[in-house]
Design a protein around this ligand. Structure first.
Ligand code: HEM
Length: 219
C-alpha cells in the first residue's frame, strides 16, 4: 500500500511534467507554422522548413497525438475509470483512433522527412510501429473481454507516446552540454527517449503482473 502511494506520488508528477513539455513544444510549433502556412512561406531553416512544406502529414501526426496524450491519463487513472465507466468507453472511441493516426503519421513524417537523418528515421519507424501495434493489441484484447491484457497494452502505448516529452529533454541536454549539434541530437534523442520509455514500461509491468486485474468493472 505504501509503495502504491509512493508510485502514485512519483509517477503522476512525471507524467504531468512530460505532458507540459509536449504541450509547450506543440504551442511553439503552431505559433511558428501558422504564419508560414497562412502566407505560403517556406522558411530557409532546415528544421522549420519541413513543417511548412508538409503541413498535412505533420499536423495529421501532431494534432491527434496531442488529443491522445492529453486524454490517455484519464483512461489510465483508476479513480477516473471506476467513477466514469461510461465516459471511459466513450473517450476510448476518440483516443484510440487519435493514437493510431498519431502513430501512422508520425512514421509517415518521421521516415522520409526526419531532421536527424537515418538515426531518427529508424527510431520513428521502430517505435511508431510498436506504438500502433500496442494500441491495436489493446483494442483486440478489450473486444475479447480481456481487461488485463487491454490495460497492459495501453500502458505500453502510453509510455511510448509520452516519450515525445522525454525526447525534447534529451535534445536539450545534448545541446546544453555541447555534446551534439541541434541536428545531430535528434537521432540519439529519439532512440534514447523511446527506448527508455519502452524499457521502463516493461519493467513496470514485469513487477506488477496483477496490473489490469483490479479493473474488471470497466469491461
Ligand atoms: C502520441 C503522442 C505524441 C505527441 C503528442 C507528439 C507530438 C509531437 C510534436 C508536438 C511534434 C513537433 C515537435 C517540435 O516541433 O519540436 C512532433 C514531432 C515528431 N514526432 Fe511526435 N508525438 C507523439 C508521438 C510520436 C510517436 C509515437 C512517434 C513515432 C513515429 C513520433 C514521431 C515524431 C516525429 C518523427 C516528429 C518530427 C521530428 C522532427 O522534426 O524531425 N511522435 N510530435
Amino acid at each position: 500500500m505504501a509503495s502504491e502511494r509512493l508510485r502514485t506520488r512519483t509517477v503522476w508528477p512525471i507524467i504531468v511534467l512530460l505532458l507540459a513539455i509536449v504541450l509547450a513544444f506543440f504551442t511553439i510549433r503552431v505559433l511558428t507554422d501558422a504564419p508560414n502556412i497562412a502566407a505560403g512561406v517556406v522558411p530557409e531553416d532546415g528544421y522549420e522548413r519541413r513543417y511548412a512544406e508538409h503541413p498535412l502529414i505533420a499536423y495529421a501526426h501532431i494534432v491527434p497525438g496531442v488529443i491522445y496524450i492529453v486524454g490517455a491519463p484519464f483512461q489510465l487513472s483508476r479513480r477516473f475509470r471506476e467513477a466514469n465507466v461510461h465516459r471511459h468507453r466513450l473517450l476510448g472511441r476518440v483516443l484510440l483512433p487519435a493514437g493510431l493516426l498519431a502513430g501512422v503519421f508520425g512514421v509517415a513524417f518521421g521516415v522520409p522527412y526526419s531532421f536527424g537523418g537515418i538515426t531518427e528515421a529508424t527510431a520513428a519507424a521502430a517505435f511508431g510501429s510498436w506504438f500502433v501495434v500496442a494500441l491495436l493489441l489493446a483494442y483486440r484484447a478489450i473486444r475479447a473481454g480481456d481487461v488485463t491484457a487491454h490495460r497492459r497494452w495501453m500502458i505500453r502505448a502510453f509510455a511510448i507516446g509520452l516519450a515525445a516529452g522525454t525526447i525534447r529533454i534529451w535534445i536539450g541536454l545534448f545541446q546544453g552540454f555541447g555534446v551534439l549539434s541541434f541536428e545531430d541530437s535528434f537521432g540519439p534523442a529519439f532512440w534514447l527517449g523511446f527506448g527508455l520509455h519502452a524499457v521502463v514500461a516493461e519493467l513496470y509491468l514485469a513487477r506488477r503482473p496483477g496490473v489490469g486485474r483490479e479493473v474488471v468493472r470497466t469491461a
